[in-house]
Design a protein around this ligand. Structure first.
Ligand code: SIN
Length: 287
């Protein structure tokens, strides 16, 4: 897709695997139905949309997010116990505002799909660059449809009906973080999802794995962990990955139903600040 006659913005694919950049659109202005539908079509075709040259307040990001669904809250609490607001901040800062690589800032540096520990997990996430390191701090996206399609037939058959337990508690463990609090576990008890998920809009099968997984139902833990890890390793091979090198003003919106993602610690996390606004849109029950 490219600039349609009379359309003020361009949609340019970033590659065959995924990704398109959209230039010439000001997301802090109201959008009409035609534009919203064009964005939605591009989102389904390309999975990752990069809106260039934006300068959004939190309110403007929330308003843009609401064109595509209901914003999610987050289970994680601030140190004083408060639930994070719908537009929250992804950063690598300690409580005094200094950059740090301590595990509480690196949960998002492990492959995951957002909020798969929810009974109804996320459809999309939107991340807007506010402050970037001088180089690096990329976000990597892995195509889990390609991952599924390239599995041997016998593996596809073996895993066809497996169900996987996902939990916030397992996520905290898998990322080397402080254990989930009792309030967090109460808010987000473990849930199960199919290991092979069907994308509700495209009908394509994808692998639904990542750092929020605990185990496969009915399988011994070590066997289960080995299988989940090997599927995640397979679908995050470099040939299935798009690396987003952030530019000032980028807003990136991606499809959690067919991608895994993670931030890349390819910058000095103890020296440089990396700050982004994040909103997440509620999805539907995986099948
Ligand atoms: C996320 O996991 O939602 C954020 C990814 C990033 O920090 O690049």
């Amino acid at each position: 897709m490219n600039a349609a006659p009379g359309r003020a913005y361009d949609i340019r694919p970033l590659g065959e695997l995924m990704g398109a950049e959209i230039e010439g659109l000001n997301l802090s202005e109201a959008l009409n139905a035609t534009t919203i539908n064009e964005i939605l079509d591009a989102f389904l075709d390309h999975h990752v949309l990069v809106f260039r040259n934006q300068n959004l307040t939190k309110d403007a990001q929330l308003a843009f997010t609401k064109y595509f669904g209901e914003p999610e809250d987050h289970v994680h609490r601030t140190p004083s116990g408060k639930i994070l607001p719908p537009v929250h901040i992804v950063n690598n800062l300690d409580p005094s505002g200094k950059p740090t690589s301590k595990p509480y800032t690196t949960g998002n540096y492990h492959w995951h799909t957002d909020k798969s520990y929810h009974a109804v997990p996320s459809l999309a996430t939107l991340l807007h660059a506010i402050e970037l390191p001088p180089a690096g701090g990329d976000t990597l996206f892995a195509n889990t449809r390609r991952g599924y399609e390239t599995l041997p037939e016998e593996t596809k058959q073996r895993i066809a009906n497996f169900r996987v337990v996902h939990s916030w508690e397992a996520s905290r463990r898998n990322t080397g973080n402080a254990p989930a609090t009792e309030a967090e576990i109460r808010d987000r008890p473990p849930v199960t999802h199919p290991l092979v998920r069907t994308h509700p809009s495209t009908g394509k099968k994808t692998l639904y794995v990542g750092m929020h997984t605990s185990h496969i139902e009915g399988m011994p833990e070590s066997e289960s962990r080995a299988l989940l890890d090997s599927l995640a390793t397979h679908t995050t091979k470099p040939e299935f990955v798009y690396t987003h090198n952030w530019r000032a003003g980028d807003l990136v919106m991606w499809d959690n139903r067919c991608l895994l993602h993670r931030a890349d610690a390819n910058y000095d996390m103890d020296k440089h600040r990396r700050i982004l606004y994040r909103t997440v849109i509620k999805g539907s029950l995986p099948f």
